[in-house]
Design a protein around this ligand. Structure first.
Ligand SMILES: Cc1cc2nc3c(=O)[nH]c(=O)nc-3n(C[C@H](O)[C@H](O)[C@H](O)COP(=O)(O)O)c2cc1C
Length: 393
């Protein structure tokens, strides 16, 4: 799936420095972030900072010879899935309300069809001035979303309404505007991800090739659609998705304990983790030294988490198979009493561990099976959540 582009407009407020943190959070969310700074904004924060954070050129002027943006002055407007202006001055709000297009940010606001979210920041009198209030009302009427401002101490030394609101709140408004589908609101979903590590001694362990990508994609998709998500994750190299409760675990035993704890009161458990079936029976306390030609490790069975966990929630599993895919997956579904199983043939090109795509067959409890084409793990995550949603009473 193509990444969505957020155009982040930064204007000349003392709160402009906070936009650097905001840009970083948007990037961590997996979004492409194109920053547009007004001339006044550049008095408060250096464009280089934003460029380093977003790894993309920052637009600072409408008429520059070496900028591709100069040729296509509405390119950003067309590319944007969201225009987020934070902090927004009284000046930019007035300009947008009256259709001005005398710089790149106001032109983008006028030309885009994307949703616009505005986080104002200004002195209390400026904010409460009837002209600012009328401008805000006008823009709200046109469908733009205002988030904040908050109350508190302002840079001008006074206290009152006008502070740039908390970044968490701005992120929430931005994600909601990007994902208007909030169809999982009020649901609690527990997702497991990654490959567990079973220690052999203090420096070695047995693990598997799971990257955690499928579980993380599910967690991000569920959060974007309004669910509360606990992501129980074995070690991965993936950044923690924003807005989820990340529960780090290492071994199959730790994952089992975390699943029992976090599934209390949940609506669905989706086990995308590759949990070890066997663990080292008696891991060495000290590093095992080289000796002899052979070393025998005794392994013992771990608890079958999905097969034993009980509760009033949907149970969804994954079956990674290298042969007789549907047969083995159906057997697993029945043995573990699952509502849905996602069967993937790990030998198929573009499928399985450590790739960004997956080709799977969904097997339902009452016999239907659905063979899906090759797609990104993000797109698959949304389809799985659609099916889970349909199963809730
Ligand atoms: C130190 C300082 C802080 C300012 N802070 C704000 C502010 O928080 N909000 C605001 O609306 N204007 C603020 N202004 C005024 C704007 O920078 C000014 O109106 C500017 O023309 C806005 O341009 P822009 O909307 O194109 O960024 C501040 C000015 C100065 C000198």
């Amino acid at each position: 799936m193509k990444k969505k582009t957020v155009v982040l407009g930064i204007t000349g407020s003392i709160a402009a420095y906070k936009a650097a943190d905001l840009a970083s959070r948007l990037v961590k969310q997996g979004l492409d972030v194109d920053v547009v700074m007004t001339a006044a904004a550049q008095q408060f924060i250096n464009p280089l900072t934003l460029q380093a954070i977003t790894h993309r050129p920052v637009v600072t002027a409408m008429f520059t010879l070496h900028s591709a943006m100069a040729v296509e002055h509405i390119a950003l407007a067309e590319r944007a899935a969201l225009l987020l202006i934070a902090p927004a001055t009284a000046n930019i709000i007035a300009k947008i309300a009256h259709g001005f297009a005398d710089d790149m940010l106001s032109s983008t606001a006028l030309a885009t069809r994307a949703p616009i979210v505005i986080a104002p920041a200004m002195n209390t009198q400026m904010y409460e001035n009837t002209v600012t209030q009328a401008n805000i009302a006008k823009l709200e009427e046109r469908g733009m979303t205002f988030v904040g401002p908050g109350e508190g101490r302002l840079a001008c030394g006074t206290s009152g309404r006008g502070r740039l609101t908390e970044l968490d709140e701005i992120m929430q408004a931005a994600l909601l505007a990007l994902n208007p589908r909030q169809d999982l609101l009020g649901k609690k979903v527990v997702i497991t991800a990654g490959g567990t590590e079973e220690p052999i001694d203090p420096v070695r362990f047995i693990t598997n090739r799971s990257s955690g990508k499928m579980g993380y994609a599910l967690a991000k998709a569920a959060v974007a659609r309004g669910a509360t998500v606990d992501l129980i994750s074995a070690p991965t190299s993936l950044p923690a998705p924003v807005g989820i409760n990340l529960v780090p675990v290492r071994t199959a035993k730790e994952m089992h304990a975390a699943v029992l704890k976090h599934t209390l009161g949940c609506d669905a458990l989706i086990m995308a983790a590759a949990v070890a079936d066997y663990t080292v029976a008696d891991p060495a306390i000290h590093k095992i030294k080289k000796s002899g030609e052979k070393l025998v490790l005794e392994l013992s069975r771990t608890t079958d988490i999905l097969g034993t966990v009980q509760g009033n929630f949907l149970k969804i599993g994954f079956a990674a198979e290298s042969r007789d895919l549907v047969f083995h997956a159906r057997e697993k579904l029945e043995q573990k009493d699952l509502d849905l199983i996602i069967a993937n043939d790990i030998t198929a090109p573009g499928s399985g561990f450590n790739v960004d795509t997956n080709q799977v067959t969904l097997l339902h409890r009452f016999g239907q099976s659905e063979a899906l084409p090759l797609m990104t793990k993000e797109a698959l995550a949304h389809i799985i959540l659609d099916r889970v949603k349909a199963l809730w009473p």
